[in-house]
Every structure is written in C-alpha cells, then in structure tokens.
Ligand binder design. Sequence first.
Ligand code: NDP
Length: 448
Amino acid sequence: MSDYDYDLFVIGAGSGGVRASRVAAAHGAKVAVAEEHRVGGTCVIRGCVPKKMLYYGSHFAEDLEDAANYGWTIEGRSFDWVKLRDHVLADVDRLNGLYTKTLENHGVERILERATITGPHGVRLASGREVTARYILIAVGSWPAMPVVPGIEHCVTSNEMFHLDAVPQRLAVIGGGYIAMEFAGIFNALGSDVTLLNRSETLLRGYDRSIVDRLTQISMARGLNIKLNAPFTKVEKAEDGSFLVHCGKGAPVAADVVLVATGRAPKTAGLGLENAGIVPGKGGAVPVDAHGQTSCESIYAVGDVTDRVQLTPVAIREGQAFADTVFGNKPTIVDYDAIPSAVFSHPPLASVGLSEGEARNLYGKVRVYSSDFRPMKNTFAERAERGLYKMVVDDATDKVLGLHLIGPEAPEVLQAAAIAVKAGLTKADFDATVALHPSMAEELVLLK
Ligand code: NDP
C-alpha cells in the first residue's frame, strides 16, 4: 500500500465518512478525510441533532400548557427563539469539536477543503494539492433538492431554518415528507401560523396510512393548515418583503418564510466521478454493490450519496461495513431489513417493518391488531389526543411483520419493540410478555 500517499482517502466527514475513517484507521490504515463544510455532516450540523433540540424546545409549549392540571402555575412564561437557536448552535459547535477529536484520536488526517476525484486513485484538493490513495470512499451525502419553479430563490431549506432571526409569523412549508412534517410541527408549536402544501393526497409516503391519518387529524386540530393536492408552482415576493406561494387551483398562501422540503439529492455534482469512469444513477446517486463498491474497484461509497436509505444509522453501518470489509479482513454486508424509523412530529410517530398495505401485497392474508388509546398523561391534562398502536401479523406463521405507533414518546417505545420484530418474534410472543403497568408501551402486549 506504500505506493500511495494514503491507504484510504475519504471524501466527506459526515456520519458514514467519520465512522469509516476511524474504523479503517483502527484497523491500521493510513487515512485522510476531506470535508468542505464542518466535521459531523448533515445529521450533526444541520439535521437530526439540532432538529431534535428544536423539537424538544417546541415541546415545552404543550408541556407548559398541560402543567396546570398537574398543579403547576407558571407565571409570565415567555419564549425566546434567539436563546434557543444560539444554544442549539453552540451545542452543534461542541459536537463538531467532539467529532474532530474522535478523528484526531484515531490518527485520521483532516483536510478542511473540497476534494475532487481525478482518477481511480487520485484526488485533487481545492488548494491544488494532488494526493493518491489505494482506496477512495465517497461519503459526500445529500443536499436539499429544489424544484425548478419561478421564485424558488426566495425559499429556504432545512439548512437555513436553524439560523432564522425570529420565529416567522407565517410559515409556508412545501412538501409532505419527514422534514416538512417535523418543521411544520415545531414552528406550529412555537407560535407560527403554518401552512403545509403537499402536491398529492399522500403525506409521509411509505408510512402506514392509519398512523399518518391520525397525525394529520391531530396536526389540524392543533392549528396546522394542511393543503393536499396543492402543487407548488410559483413564489412571488411582495413589496413588504413577504411572499405569496402559488399552489394549484387554490388561493395563494401568504408567508414570511417559505421552507422547501421536497427531498434530498446525492451531492455528486462536480465530484469528478467521470474521471474514474463512474456513471451516476438516478438523481446523481453513486451506484454501488452490496459491499458499497462502485464500478471502479478502488472506489467505494456509503450513505445518502448512494440514495439507498437516507438515514444516519444506515450510513454509519455502511461506513463500518466498508472499513471492516476492506481493512479489517471481515467482509460485511449491511442488512436493510426491518430498519426502524421515526418522524419527530407533534406527536411523533415511529415504525418498523411492513405497513398494512405492503404486508397485504406481499403476504396476502394478514391480521391487524391495534390499540386506540388516550395516554394517561393526556387524559389527566384534558388533552383529547389519542395514541394509536398497530401491529401487522402474517396469518400463516403468526410472525409480526410490522409495528406502527403514534403517540407521546413513540420513537422510544418503538426502538425496543423493533428488536422483537427484527428477531422474527410472533404475536404469541408479544402476548406472553407481562404488561409493564402503567405505561403506554404496555399496549404492545395487549393488542386486540
Ligand atoms: P421526503 O422524501 O421525506 O419527502 C419529500 C416530500 O416532497 C414528499 O412529500 C414528496 O411528495 C414531495 N415532493 C418531492 N418533489 C416535489 C416537487 N417537485 N414539488 C412538490 N413536492 C415534492 O424528503 P425530505 O426532504 O422531507 O427529507 C429528506 C430525507 O431526509 C428523507 O427521505 C429522510 O430519509 C431524511 N430525514 C429523516 C428524518 C428522520 O429520520 N426523522 C428527518 C428528516 C429527514 P411525494 O410523496 O408525492 O413524492
């Protein structure tokens, strides 16, 4: 391997790239990682982590409201966006430091510059320096995909939402996926007048319909204005600096901030894939085999850039599997079956395995069990919102094929239950487990 400057050159220090770099280094490889923004990537710097902090911050709105029935009087309560925003950004700085330290501790060289592929073993840095590596790992992630419509330059993406000067009085959210539902919920709770515009009738495509319908109903009851079949066609800037969002046949929606959350695309433009003979796939994704290897045998790719499953824990697994396979003499293939996921909406929802529709298509005869319940915490607070837990079971084998939850702390409950689904346990196994009372999670073993 000494013919090259490095054993491994990683492009992108996000979740997948950092894991691959440090594990490869721990296996004895000489590793460098190039990053044009900040170490940590989307999840840590402008995604999951700061979003979850804003989510927690916004949740106090309902917690403080509910506190009255629990005997608490909170006088003069007020909310300071700048304080929350700056605290979140400071925590992002702290995490950026921790990720940097992790790389340092493993002897990974950090190069804070943009890198471009020049050949199967070659990389050019923005400074002009050329380096060579036995292997190159593409871990550049994804970036918000912006529809081509007039006035799109007036819109912001999730990247900018963490830096707003103030909570917008009127927020328009374009899209009906993860980011749209999460930010709509956060800013609705923080007091914005939020209108969500979705091009079709289907919000959160891929999630079980009953759970999504429950979220839609609760969100609307909480004041979120949801417009379905509202294709986004144009944004106009008014003289007072606000915007008018045109969406199909309905009246245009006035907004102070327009958030576009219409998916994320692999960030491969200008990466030099052609110099290594790699032909990008749909939307610019880097095509890879089960080991993450591209059509160029010395170049691998992990994470969002491959556009398989755009989730941080998946990118981390792919980074680990790559490093173990190539440098640890331990060939590993990532298992994509039964990946749990969650939407941090208000209330949150979480899911693992097949939705009822998917299960019926694949298995034919399935049984569906559910519990439609009002969490004790909500009842006591006189909050009408109900939770819904749903289990989809293969009729022939009794195996649990899918679990779909909405309600307070649904992601926390789901993560533990996902172990049972992944292990292939049956409805009878769930029923044989004694309920932990009183809890919301006990509904999982009492499903009828
Ligand atoms: P999603 O793929 O979740 O949703 C995109 C939404 O935009 C869909 O409703 C889609 O509609 C709509 N859309 C797509 N193109 C257009 C268009 N041209 N005009 C109007 N609407 C359009 O993407 P997000 O941006 O919300 O999130 C990106 C990824 O980030 C997600 O796939 C997810 O993997 C990840 N993420 C995960 C989170 C989590 O785990 N909690 C949180 C945030 C992001 P349609 O359904 O009709 O295609």
